[in-house]
Ligand binder design. Structure first.
Ligand code: FES
Ligand SMILES: [Fe+2]
Length: 336
């Protein structure tokens, strides 16, 4: 699956030369956006170009993909030795890291008398129940068993979802070799499919997020990969234009990959994790990469740059969660 979609993205990259024209077809950073050129159908207003049927079709295909039973718990950075409580797929869990740095996720209820384990101390990488001191670790005890966990260096995943053919590891899209990372986690009153549907609708971008996007043009749309040319705002009227693809490597994720222009190779992974019926966590990792000379300096001060990356992503998702929640409400006849 991963290799297949990787090939599609690679093909999109090579075909962009044909679709987008020469290198000058993209507006580089720092210039004011010139008037839109191109065929008449490409310059129609976004609301005319938007294709709800295509969005529905692409969503249906995305939801049929394998999931492997995995969902993203949180950013790797957010999970340390101290136990933390999560609600995932309608159950309460405790998550912590052992002394070797491996994350673990297990039921948040002690197998003795049910004490909540996110209040536990940790000794030698094991939880010590706050009520009677039972030690609980990666080997489990009776019916209390940790579930498979995976740390990919950016995100921590857990295999907890039933009804899917389990895979040994999460199904992921390719990532850049070096990147500057920022990850956000927000929850909304919606289902996972509403998060995915939002990312499969490129047409809302300019009018719904006017602070961030100046122009968007769909270059190519198959049911599996969307290729768009987007001008996003850097500062004030200064924009940069890039070509990017959107594809779904698995049923709860959409990945945007910049395939041409500034930051080519960068990806934004948007993951939808079921919390409970009608509530979903959106975890989005921005992995910015660049061949610009200054990028290596930026990597050295990643901790200082990260808050800006995350602030921008949060602003967009505050709005996109409203979109997802509205979609969910409409589906449930509760759109008053
Ligand atoms: S409830 Fe945990 S040891 Fe008793
Ligand atoms: Fe959006």
């Amino acid at each position: 699956m991963e290799a297949g979609l990787g090939a599609i993205v690679d093909r999109s990259l090579s075909e962009l030369g044909r679709v987008a024209g020469d290198e000058d077809g993209l507006m580089p950073m720092g210039r004011r956006l010139p008037p839109m050129e191109g065929p008449a159908e490409a310059t129609r207003p976004d609301w005319v170009q938007a294709d709800p049927q295509r969005i529905d079709r692409a969503l249906r295909r995305a939801l049929l993909r394998e999931g492997g039973g995995w969902c993203v718990v949180d950013a790797s950075r957010s999970i340390g030795p101290a136990p933390t409580r999560y609600v995932l797929d309608g159950k309460a869990w405790v998550c912590w890291r052992d002394d070797d740095g491996h994350p673990h996720l297990a039921p948040n209820s002690c197998p003795h008398m049910g004490a909540e384990l996110h209040c536990a101390k940790v000794e030698g990488g094991e939880l010590v129940c706050p009520w009677h001191g039972l030690k609980l670790g990666k080997k489990g005890r009776g019916t209390w068993q940790p579930v498979p966990c995976h740390d990919d260096g950016v995100l921590v995943w857990a295999r907890i979802l039933e009804g899917e053919t389990p895979t040994d590891a999460p199904i992921m899209a390719p990532r850049p070799k070096t990147f500057l990372e920022g990850t956000i986690r927000m929850t909304g009153r919606c289902d996972a499919q509403d998060i995915v549907a939002n990312r499969l609708d490129p047409w809302h971008g300019v009018h719904y997020h006017p602070h961030s996007f100046a122009r968007l043009r769909l270059l190519e749309a198959s049911d599996d990969v969307l290729t768009v040319r987007v001008a996003y705002k850097v500062v004030g009227p200064v924009c940069v234009e890039v070509d990017c693809t959107f594809h779904s490597p698995q049923r709860r994720a959409i990945v945007m990959t910049i395939v041409r222009g500034d930051g080519a190779g960068s990806v934004v992974e948007t993951h939808a994790t079921p919390v409970r019926p009608g509530e979903t966590a959106m975890v989005e990792a921005t992995l910015a990469s660049s061949d610009r000379e200054g990028f290596h300096h930026a990597l050295r001060i990643e901790r200082m740059v990260r808050p800006f990356v995350e602030k921008r992503a949060k602003r967009l998702w505050q709005e996109d969660l409203e979109y997802a929640e509205r979609r969910y409400a409409l589906r449930h006849g509760d759109a008053s």
